[in-house]
Design a protein around this ligand. Sequence first.
Ligand SMILES: NC(=O)C1=CN([C@@H]2O[C@H](COP(=O)(O)OP(=O)(O)OC[C@H]3O[C@@H](n4cnc5c(N)ncnc54)[C@H](O)[C@@H]3O)[C@@H](O)[C@H]2O)C=CC1
Ligand SMILES: C[N+](C)(C)CC(=O)CC(=O)[O-]
Length: 488
Amino acid sequence: MTKTAAIIGGGVIGGGWAARFLLNGWNVRVFDPDPEAERKIGEVLENARRSLPGLSDVPLPSEGTLTFHDEMAEAVKGATWIQESVPERLDLKLRVYKSLQEECDPGAIIGSSTSGFKPSELQEGALRPEQIVVTHPFNPVYLLPLIELVPTEKNPSEMVARAQDLLKSVGFFPLHIKKEIDAHIADRFLEAVWREALWLVKDGIATTEEVDEAIRMGFGIRWAQMGLFETYRVAGGEAGMRHFMAQFGPALKWPWTKLMDVPEFTDELVDLIAEQSDAQSGMHSIRELERIRDNNLVSMMRALKAQNYGAGAVLNQHDALLKPGALPTLEQADLTQPILTLSRAVPLDWTDYNGHMNEAKYLEAFAAATDRFMEIIGCDMDYIASGGSYFTAENHIRYIDEVHAGARIQIRTQMLLGQGKKLHVFHSMYEGEKLLATGESFLLHVSLETRRPSAPSPEIEAAMAQIAEAQAGLPYPEGAGAAIRKPA
Ligand SMILES: NC(=O)C1=CN([C@@H]2O[C@H](COP(=O)(O)OP(=O)(O)OC[C@H]3O[C@@H](n4cnc5c(N)ncnc54)[C@H](O)[C@@H]3O)[C@@H](O)[C@H]2O)C=CC1
Ligand SMILES: C[N+](C)(C)CC(=O)CC(=O)[O-]
């Protein structure tokens, strides 16, 4: 059954939560008194639709239904998850819990996006404190996996485990923080770096742009994949962490940082920073900056996915949760029709300067469909490890229509020949019913030892014969065997 999430407060963060749930198949109900909330969430959703689905190499569930409600009671009734993202004021958050707990299901999880309050502060005076927990996200909530999950001893362990499962089911990485503390873990780092940066600008050492270059050209990229301790372990060389601490530990007592002093936000400092920031980034609107950020995040996260490391490993685990039943096997497929060999959304990093899927990525999609067809006939990783595989000898692609980031595409494959060492397949790529492209491939079975053509296993021969017989009634596809002709 489709689950329902209630989003209380639909600003920057609530909008991101709404998008995350909705694109993972949940119904989403929003309560926010701001008359602009629907427009703002619409814009967040537009960004999320072009960036989130393509992070997965398998299709996300169909989008849920998004509704806006004038009454909080209406939004929370029957919801499985209630996410509070109202402004960072304790009195306001406590009032919100009081009203919503009178209406919501006692079994629902109430997560707070608070950046700084401890869960025990949020549970103070609540009707059912055990229902409230901190689930602190990171912007953009629809892309970044981290959720700091901070319970107290009032939250039953069953509830914490359920919260973790639900968060994982929509692609998050819940980091269970066992001891509550102001600002949890991650914002403590961000505050420290933010304080140092303010000093560097105030003291005229660096501009806002130079501070950003110092981060993004070096340690920012390093942190994104390994974090702090693993990075420093490597920096210690062969002697590792102990050597690193011996060498750089003393520096912590030298005047390298101004950590605890905060520069006063005088008008002068605010003007200095705002003006430098305008000069650095004012040529872009916030929406443009969001799109630049999302493009970069998706590219980096997909690169980490290929390495199965850090945030990339989380994406792979989410794909594994979604995968069952995504593509049919030989036994499951209706072999009398072209077989579904790829179903996914177009990733942002597959699009180019023309704002649509780049020509090279059609080949990537068709190559993935060919790999899947090989698996279907029995040429899977075990078979390849045993020494047999297919090499592609020729490809022909026809580009028929445009497709954009986030669009769901499917490839269906007809086998034109599958006999002995020869395999000839014809892929058709669709968005819904619209034909986007065709890709024709001719492959030869090879021995990975001799690197020469060879006969496939009897099992592969049998699977190809089964498909050939079932697909014998299909018409020869339009466009098959085509070539680029000399203009008349
Ligand atoms: N902006 C950020 O980078 C991050 C913020 N957070 C946390 O998320 C929470 C929300 O922050 P933002 O989204 O940035 O603020 P925001 O100002 O963008 O959004 C807050 C929304 O709450 C609505 N609101 C106000 N009173 C309400 C009420 N009584 N009931 C329902 N909605 C109400 C407002 O109309 C507004 O749309 C805060 O607790 C903040 O600490 C967490 C992670 C990052
Ligand atoms: C600035 N902030 C404290 C609201 C930031 C966060 O809480 C997390 C984030 O997204 O950086």
